[in-house]
Design a protein around this ligand. Structure first.
Ligand code: DQA
Length: 146
């Protein structure tokens, strides 16, 4: 494991951030979020790796790959949070700490968004902070791994 690498995983539909329901998810694009993540990670001495996919298996493969060389996983699984035992099991199967991030406050929305399979595996859950949630996740790892 490389102590100073963090993996940022974004799930389905998050590639459309900026234009997708901006009243809920804001105007920041995924490219901006990923760039900021890499900058904040670097400020804390981490190499940042990013992946986004609309496909469950691609996300699972990226999680498996993190086992080899990542000190932490920051994941916004999108709607897979609420449906995917497979993604939760992948996170369970790798010995890498996890921070789950949601841009919106999933607890203040529809009932079906209140349960996340991933939360059962996550060390930390951040919801409702917007794009800043990803930065808070990096700061958590900076403190935890210092
Ligand atoms: C989300 C919340 C999910 O319920 C939703 O399906 C998303 C985005 C969030 O970041 O707030 O795709 O994970």
């Amino acid at each position: 494991m490389t102590e100073r690498r963090l993996l940022l995983v974004n799930g389905p539909n998050l590639n459309l951030l900026g234009t997708r329901q901006p009243e809920i998810y804001g105007a920041t694009t995924l490219a901006q979020i990923e760039q900021r993540f890499i900058e904040v990670a670097a400020e804390h001495g981490f190499d940042g790796r990013v992946v986004q996919s609309n496909h469950e298996g691609v996300l699972i493969d990226a999680i498996h790959d993190a086992r080899a060389d990542c000190a932490g996983i920051i994941i916004n699984p999108g709607a897979y949070s609420h449906t995917s035992v497979a993604i939760a099991d992948a996170l369970r199967s790798v010995d890498v700490p996890v921070v789950e991030v949601h841009l919106s406050n999933v607890h203040a929305r529809e009932e079906y968004r209140r349960h996340s399979f991933v939360s059962e595996v996550a060390d930390v859950v951040i919801a409702g902070a917007g794009p800043a949630g990803y930065e808070y996740a990096v700061r958590y790892f900076a403190a935890k791994l210092s």
